[in-house]
Write a protein that binds this ligand. Structure first.
Ligand code: AMP
Ligand code: MG
Length: 342
């Protein structure tokens, strides 16, 4: 039975969501990447509710969603040096869209959003429902993915209900997410950008826009912070998007090739392929789903998290999934699969 907290997006439900947010409540919201757990980013108590609801470590900062690059100006410091103003201009060419940019913050940003960091992560989403919601709010929206910390991100309103239904005042249903993977996150640098998290804006696109793309450094501290919610957090993580274990299903997940049929019986395997497998092979598995009729990687990305959730809900003991080249969106797909199998 559909939960009454899920409301189809309409002018009335969007206005209601804006009011709930203004009242300091949490709302599940659709974006083109994944569903977000939204709060008024200017209300510290509301932002703290996000961390509580998700069980998110207090030192893992949130993304601030704004209506436009212009609306972001109040929350960031990008006027100088000149290279920063220039890189900001380039970043804005990807908006609205699935690119999150980490830049120095202004004094108006509340500490709860950035986990005390001197930087803030901002994004202008393209989902029409989220855009209407932002237009209806006179504040930016802080929103991480709307899943309990460390579980797979939600790509439908129903996923949000399953994970956090009792923690939100309402879930705005804007349909299935178009990208299906979390946003690409970059930090602007004088000679290019640092990639904090790959996403559907590819490294190739970033290279074309910014020049050099430097890989983020993963530190010991990042990994430790993933597992241990702390009440007395240290400084914000330098590249928190890079937590080694993240997005995990409850069942062990293996990539094809790192799994041998003689090791685990196919009947105990939930098998996810990127394109259809031969019928006889597909039939040997306990459960099977192909993510795309043609192996199109954008379609694979869109369906990936739903399929992992479905596989996780079967009686099978293992999940085995295809792999692809780490180019274009393939890089983000393999990044999420690595973390899910970590
Ligand atoms: P989520 O919305 O759940 O995908 O989480 C937001 C991501 O943005 C997390 O990986 C955060 O660690 C990352 N993030 C947010 N703010 C910052 C920041 N100031 N510096 C680096 N990463 C950030
Ligand atoms: Mg998340």
């Amino acid at each position: 039975m559909a939960d009454s907290k899920i409301k189809s997006a309409s002018a009335a439900s969007i206005a209601e969501a804006a009011k709930l947010l203004a009242d300091g409540q949490l709302v599940g919201v659709p974006t083109e990447t994944v569903y977000g757990l939204a709060a008024d980013a200017t209300n510290p108590a509301a932002v703290r509710k996000i961390f509580q609801a998700k069980g998110r470590p207090a030192n893992n900062p949130l993304i601030m969603h704004v209506e436009s690059a212009l609306a972001a100006r109040r929350w960031v410091r990008v006027d100088d040096p000149e290279w920063l103003a220039d890189q900001w201009q380039r970043a804005a060419t990807f908006w609205p869209g699935p690119l999150t940019v980490v830049v120095p913050r202004s004094g108006d940003v509340v500490d709860e959003v950035t986990a005390g960091a001197p930087t803030v992560a901002v994004r202008v989403p393209s989902h029409p429902v989220m855009r209407s919601l932002l237009a209806a709010c006179d504040f930016p929206i802080a929103a991480p993915s709307a899943n309990p910390s460390n579980y797979v991100s939600p790509t439908s309103a129903e996923h949000v209900r399953q994970g956090l239904g009792d923690k939100v005042a309402m879930i705005l249903d804007g349909g299935e997410c178009q990208c299906g993977l979390e946003s690409t996150i970059i930090r602007l640098q004088s000679d290019g950008v640092e990639l904090l998290r790959p996403g559907s804006i590819s490294v190739e696109q970033l290279q074309a826009a910014f020049g050099a793309v430097i890989a983020a450094r993963v530190t010991e501290k990042n990994t430790a912070a993933a597992d241990a919610p702390s009440t007395n957090p240290p400084a914000a993580m330098p590249a928190p998007g890079m937590l080694a274990k993240h997005y995990s299903p409850t069942k062990p997940l293996r990539v094809v090739g790192s799994w041998q049929p003689e090791e685990i019986e196919p009947a105990r395997v939930a098998r996810i392929s990127f394109a259809p497998l031969p019928r006889s092979e597909a039939a040997s598995f306990g459960w099977y789903r192909s993510l795309s009729e043609t192996g199109d990687l954008h379609e694979v990305a869109r369906n990936l998290f739903t399929a992992i959730r479905q596989a996780d809900a079967t009686p099978c003991e293992w999940i085995v999934i295809d792999r692809c080249d780490r180019t274009g969106i393939g890089r983000a797909i393999m990044d999420r699969i690595d973390r899910a199998s970590g």
